[in-house]
Design a protein around this ligand. Structure first.
Ligand SMILES: NC(=O)C1=CN([C@@H]2O[C@H](COP(=O)(O)OP(=O)(O)OC[C@H]3O[C@@H](n4cnc5c(N)ncnc54)[C@H](O)[C@@H]3O)[C@@H](O)[C@H]2O)C=CC1
Ligand SMILES: O=C1[C@@H](O)[C@H](O)[C@@H](O)[C@H](O)[C@H]1O
Length: 335
């Protein structure tokens, strides 16, 4: 059976997800799209044989739409996720689930009122083969308890519109989710240090940033966010445990040797680095809709990420160690 999808937001990642739902994933068909830029929505709709509708609410209400993908700007996500949930339709929402913890809580309440899991959040690292291998090694038990994590998230460059807070809210949010998922426990505090700034930054931007998180059991995770590193897109993650370490592999690439030396390519952006993860994320999401509902990152994960990014943003502004105060996790969100 085919799942008929409506997509809200046909910008960069919206178009990429429409392409994968159309050309890569089996069992899905994009039937309706919308964007506040109506011309862009019409152009994308024509390309894939979908209908362009005036608003996100129209997409959600469309009887031909079985499930909704939200890829509009972050501040608009909560409204659409709440509307899809009220309509009883599964909704895949790109990160962030919402830009405030209060809106995330409203989504948690709405989903519980619906009585079944409807919401999945786009934390695609959980679908990357390398991250999954790390997770298996940590869960296998042979390494003993994790003690420390060292993470790095480097982008080649960012546009001038990128502000210092986005290093936490837009970029580090992926590691915040990965740390929680890999360790299977919550983050309880955040600290952000701002070292000497690169000369390649815009004047308003603190880059790089050095973040330090602590988990419930006392694991410490450090994270370097460096969004003007110049050389490419580079994601690193190593966990130090009592009896060994486990490190995220770099993506496979040929090693070329010539008389002048040895060389391996460096990926340039997240689309290349996590392309396979995005494909699997959507393949598993579509499959889950035939089989009891979403199994990926939940609205709780979206809520926890929002509270932790709020704490880290405060830490960036104040220089203090800021406690993370999550509500009690409802049984609904315990697996
Ligand atoms: N998982 C990941 O690695 C990534 C996730 N993202 C997330 O995806 C979302 C979209 O990001 P991009 O595609 O890079 O942005 P974008 O600016 O390229 O596209 C967003 C689109 O949403 C449209 N839009 C804005 N408000 C709308 C509304 N109320 N209703 C309908 N359409 C609306 C805009 O006109 C635009 O076409 C963001 O939340 C971003 O954080 C983006 C890049 C990577
Ligand atoms: O989600 C993403 C962007 O929004 C963000 O701006 C980048 O720093 C991340 O690498 C990318 O994965």
């Amino acid at each position: 059976m085919t799942v008929h999808i409506g997509v809200i937001g046909t910008g960069m990642i919206g178009q990429d997800h429409i392409r994968r739902l159309t050309d890569v994933v089996t069992g899905a068909d994009v039937v309706a799209v919308t964007d506040v830029d109506a011309a862009r929505a019409a152009e994308v709709a024509a390309r894939v044989g979908a209908r362009a509708l005036p608003t996100g609410q129209d997409v959600i209400a469309d009887p031909a739409v079985d499930a909704v993908v939200v890829t509009s700007w972050g501040p608009t996500h909560a409204e659409y996720v709440l509307a899809a949930t009220a309509a009883g339709k599964p909704v895949f929402c790109e990160k962030p689930l919402a830009t405030t913890a209060e809106d995330c809580l409203r989504i948690l309440e709405a989903e519980q009122a619906a009585g079944r899991g409807l919401v999945q959040v786009g934390f695609m690292r959980r679908y990357d083969p390398g991250y999954r291998a790390v997770k298996r090694a940590l869960d296998g038990g042979q390494l003993g308890h994790p003690l420390l994590m060292h993470c790095a998230h480097r982008n080649a460059s960012v546009p001038e519109s990128y502000r210092s807070e986005m290093a936490v809210q837009d970029t580090a949010v992926h590691e915040i989710d990965a740390i929680r998922w890999l360790l299977g426990e919550e983050i309880v505090s955040a600290q952000v240090l701002t070292p000497r700034r690169t000369r390649h930054r815009f004047a308003h931007l603190a880059d790089p940033q050095f973040m330090l998180f602590e988990t419930e059991s006392g694991v410490r995770a450090d994270l370097e966010v460096f969004v003007n590193c110049q050389y490419g897109y580079d994601i690193q993650c190593e966990t130090v445990c009592e009896s060994g370490t486990v490190r995220l592999p770099d993506p496979a690439d040929a090693i070329v040797k010539t008389a002048t030396g040895q060389r391996t390519g460096v990926l340039q952006d997240w689309k290349q680095r996590f392309g396979a993860a995005f494909d699997l994320e959507f393949a598993e999401w579509i499959a889950s809709l035939h089989d009891g509902g979403p199994t990926g990152p939940s609205a709780w994960d979206g809520y926890a990420a929002a509270v932790i990014t709020d704490a880290a943003t405060e830490a960036l502004h104040t220089g203090r160690v800021v406690s993370v105060r999550l509500k009690d996790r409802p049984d609904f969100y315990r697996s």
